[in-house]
Write a protein that binds this ligand. Sequence first.
Ligand code: SF4
Length: 246
Amino acid sequence: MTSHGRQFIKDLRTQSVSALFRGRPVISENISAEEIKAVSTLCPVKAIDSKSGSIDLGRCVFCIECSFMRPESIRFTNDFRIATNSREALIVNPGNENTIRLDEAKVRREIRKLFKGALKLRQVSAGGDNSCEMELAASGNVNFDFGRYGIEFVASPRHADGIVITGPVTENMEKALNICYNAIPTPRIIILAGTDAISGGIFEGSPALNRKFIEENHIDLYVPGNPVHPLTFINGVMDLLGINCN
Ligand code: SF4
């Protein structure tokens, strides 16, 4: 009988990833005004504040062009735990090397009470390009296996406890997104997966978008990435549910 070896990641919290992985950035506290100006002008999605030099992970597409331009001032670590429940926490300031975690005070109490043992999610691609969608699907494969925590994607919003939105939310998908969300029984969770969903990404400001849904509803979890990595997504959901938190 052939052995397939270990077929799953034993500890999703501490799994080591390639040094080339583009995760949480670290910006030197000594970055000069001149450097900030240069990298903020270069950034294709205006993720770098031209005054403070901070990087907004809700906008960043992780192209790391800024790091190529000023490697001594900006580097991207392979820390994949960058999901949080606060939009402000996605902004990384110069000199800040702190890890990104959820704001416990903002986690709705009913989420852990009702969904810690089993969380069913409906995924809606609202103008997505199938990259985040593919990574989310991988979260349930034999390697990442988020089903071990009772987390899974389901086909019907009627069977779901929450919605995971990918894509920048196009006008054409706005109605479908609302219909899907309203078909989910309350209380329900909203997760934004990927830069496009969080800010519109490279499509931000396009007249083809309608982001009213995002602006008007409470977001429980922001998962940055372009696309999101399964480890980032699963760790974010585990944090939200209070599973093996650290
Ligand atoms: S890695 Fe992010 S912050 Fe840097 S240039 Fe690319 S999009 Fe902008």
